[in-house]
Design a protein around this ligand. Structure first.
Ligand code: PMP
Length: 460
């Protein structure tokens, strides 16, 4: 019998982080006055920086100068570093020789950029209703029209619906998530590419969740465009990337008008440049670019499939733990047990998601996400218009984080919270919270009032 991930005893798996991250041993105060190591189960929102990324940034900062805009040594070094980062990111993603790697602020920015270059009259843009808003809303502006296809209960059924839409009217672009930000489930991207290309449509992969968790070979997958955010890829320094086919990018109006995107300007006319600079007007984010390149370097040095194995062990640990608690349900888009990245969405009967999130943080030092995850249509399909909870892992996660979550949820369901919480103007918070975050962190947080005089519930 072959050994599958779920038959590997958990105790052997993911006991330690796969890579060191900044803040991996962060201590946080709890309501009862004790302190605990923070269990970061919110990698899908923003992941901590890899220690190696922070070190690379620190090495580069003394040379930080204006990219492509200066004769001084720092400016020359910065320009070289920025372009070297572009090349190494392209190589890490398996980009084709003619693809452009354009730096953006994040995935949202990258998707908006791509939406601005889809040629008018080339056909519709197709998405599924399970997408993050960043891969729904920008398409309202693109091409001839945006068609949002309701996913079916199975992957096969979902592909049948996509195929029917591709046959119905010309499609310029099929824009799909590589991995759901809600459930972590993976879409078979190669299958989507084969289907779309057979109907003359290009494919955009929203890899905001996929890129941090899986090696990507763009040329092998055959997708035409792909985007992701540095802050989810252990490089939280304000950059993202859009990579893909040059022709649409070179032919479209620049995404931003300004310096760096031009060849020649007169008071009445402009000749725009081509290549990535066309869409990167303004002084670029050197540190953001270098950080993403450093993150790919560190992730690429891991054993193949190390990330999958690590995260799958943690995901199964949480899923098994949740399955043993009455009234806690994990959410899935598709029937069956298809592959997923390290993300688990769930709901707790009788508790608002925000209430659970506040309890996990204040009583157990666990950070999860609650709400609708910028995926309102999908949460509506789940019948969870009040939202749900999401635990997500990455290379800095360890088994103890998963176990702490399961134990905290078991206690919530069996014993209830120890403290009272209210749904105040800023969301769910403890009614009485003596903790002083500014004093704890030593950072100027600009909070209006000291804990003693705060009224988080908005009732005083
Ligand atoms: N797509 C997916 C699948 C995401 O998870 C996110 C972020 N949650 C985004 C797009 C948007 O990323 P950003 O906020 O970095 O632009």
């Amino acid at each position: 019998m072959s050994t599958t991930l779920s038959t590997v005893p958990h105790v052997l798996c993911a006991e330690e982080p796969l890579l060191p991250v900044v803040g991996g041993d962060l201590q946080v105060p709890l309501l009862d006055g004790s302190t605990v190591r923070f269990a970061n189960l919110d990698y899908a929102a923003t992941a901590p920086a890899l220690a190696s990324v922070a070190e690379r940034v620190a090495r580069v900062l003394p040379y930080s100068g204006s990219v492509h805009r200066g004769a001084g040594l720092p400016s020359q070094v910065s320009s070289a570093l920025y372009e070297a980062a572009r090349r190494s990111i392209g190589a890490a993603l398996g980009a084709r020789a003619d693809d452009l790697v354009v730096f953006t602020r994040n995935t949202t920015d990258a998707t908006n950029l791509l939406a601005s270059v889809v040629p008018i009259g080339s056909g519709d843009v197709l998405t599924l209703d399970l997408e993050h808003h960043a891969n729904l809303l920008p398409w309202h502006r693109a091409g001839d029209g945006h068609r949002c296809v309701a996913h079916a209960d199975t992957v096969d059924g979902t592909f049948e619906r996509l195929e029917a839409e591709l046959r119905r009217r010309p499609v310029a672009l099929l824009a799909l998530t590589g991995a759901s930000n809600v459930t972590g489930e993976l879409l078979p991207i190669r299958r989507a590419v084969a289907l779309a290309h057979a109907h003359g449509a290009r494919v955009f992969v929203d890899a905001a969740q996929l890129a941090p968790h899986r090696a990507i070979d763009l040329a092998a997958i055959g997708a035409d465009y792909l985007a992701f955010s540095g802050h989810k890829l252990y490089a939280p320094y304000g950059s993202g990337v859009l990579v893909g086919r040059r022709d649409w990018l070179d032919a479209a109006e620049p995404y931003l008008a300004g310096g760096g995107a031009v060849r020649e300007v007169t008071t009445t006319a402009v000749e725009w440049t081509t290549g990535p600079a066309r869409h990167e007007a303004g002084t670029p984010n050197l540190v953001g670019a270098v950080a993403i390149a450093a993150a790919f370097e560190a992730l690429g040095a891991l054993q193949p499939e190390a990330r999958e194995t690590h995260e799958e062990a943690l995901r199964q640990r949480v899923l098994d733990g949740l399955a043993a608690i009455d009234g806690v349900d994990a959410l899935r888009i598709w029937e069956g047990d298809g592959e997923a990245i390290g993300v688990v969405a769930f709901a707790v009967d009788g508790y608002a998601p925000g209430h659970v999130g506040a309890y996990l943080s204040a009583e157990h030092g666990i950070g999860v996400r609650d709400g609708r995850f910028c995926a309102h249509p999908l949460l509506a399909r789940f019948g969870r218009t009040a939202g749900a909870l999401r635990a997500s892992f990455g290379v800095g996660s360890r088994a103890e984080d998963a176990d702490r979550l399961v134990e905290a949820l078991r206690r919530l369901v069996e014993e209830g919270p120890r403290h009272a919480y209210c749904d105040g103007p800023a969301g769910w918070v403890p009614e009485q919270d003596p903790r002083d975050l500014a004093a704890w962190t030593g950072l100027e947080l600009g909070l209006d009032t000291a804990p003693a005089t705060r009224s988080p519930c908005g009732n005083g």
